[in-house]
Design a protein around this ligand. Structure first.
Ligand code: DC
Length: 220
């Protein structure tokens, strides 16, 4: 019997991971897990509780008290923190500006990786997007993709998503977040062993999805 299909899609912010991962899951009839949304939801909950995010011990202690639930329908992914639907507030500037601090705390990563593995184990087939999926969460995933795009293309995409925000400022913010995500001590963003690099800079969303579906089909 072959193991359940897990497609790990890692890459930096703004590389188009979410739209791509949802599209691949929808096309292949798989579930979808957005692990970035989990780190964002944890950040939202800690902000609600007034936790000092510059204090890793306080973050770790408070994180134990937060309950996160992820819905895995690629057409309608959901995320709840302590029973509250946080799909919208986790995209706020406040959460976006603080999430790297929370994601750098080892105990937070332990908690969320365990939760992610539970969701993955309970699914017959799933696309999982994040930063450390192929390297840490599911190192034996059948397919590992490392999705990249030029910084300018990533910034233009994010700025458009944010209702026409300033592209240069967005590029700087993305670069700052990449730096923190790539240089943190625990599970930094890396291209994992065995990952196939897909560069979406000059491709449409559908072309990127096609490319990944072909890679999955070849591996099945
Ligand atoms: O993909 P995103 O922008 O929603 O991710 C939000 C933050 O969470 C980002 O700063 C990186 C972090 N993250 C992480 O450390 N590990 C993951 N598996 C997913 C996201």
């Amino acid at each position: 019997m072959t193991s359940p299909l897990v497609v790990a899609i890692d890459g930096p912010s703004g590389s188009g991971k979410s739209s791509t991962s949802r599209g691949v899951a929808d096309r292949l009839g798989l579930a979808y897990l957005d692990t970035g949304a989990m780190y964002r939801a944890m950040t939202w909950a800690l902000l609600q509780h007034g936790v000092d995010l510059d204090d890793p011990d306080a973050v770790a202690a408070a994180a134990d008290e937060v309950t996160l639930v992820s819905g895995t329908d690629p057409l309608e992914p959901t995320i709840h923190a302590d029973g509250v639907d946080v799909a919208e507030p986790i995209r706020s500037d406040e959460v976006t500006g603080s999430v790297s601090l929370v994601a750098a705390v080892p105990h937070v990563r332990e908690l969320l990786v365990a939760l992610q593995r539970e969701v993955i184990a309970g699914s017959p087939g799933i696309v999982v997007e994040g930063r450390d999926i192929g390297s840490v969460v599911v190192p034996d995933a059948r397919v590992k993709i490392y999705l990249v795009a030029d910084p300018a293309a990533r910034a233009a995409r994010r700025a458009a998503e944010n209702g026409g925000a300033d592209t240069a400022a967005t590029e700087q913010a993305l670069a700052a977040r990449d730096r923190i995500d790539s240089t943190r001590a625990v599970s930094p963003l890396v291209q994992s062993e065995g990952a196939v690099v897909v560069d979406g800079t000059h491709l449409t969303l559908d072309e990127v999805i096609d490319a990944i579906v072909r890679i999955v089909d070849a591996a099945s």
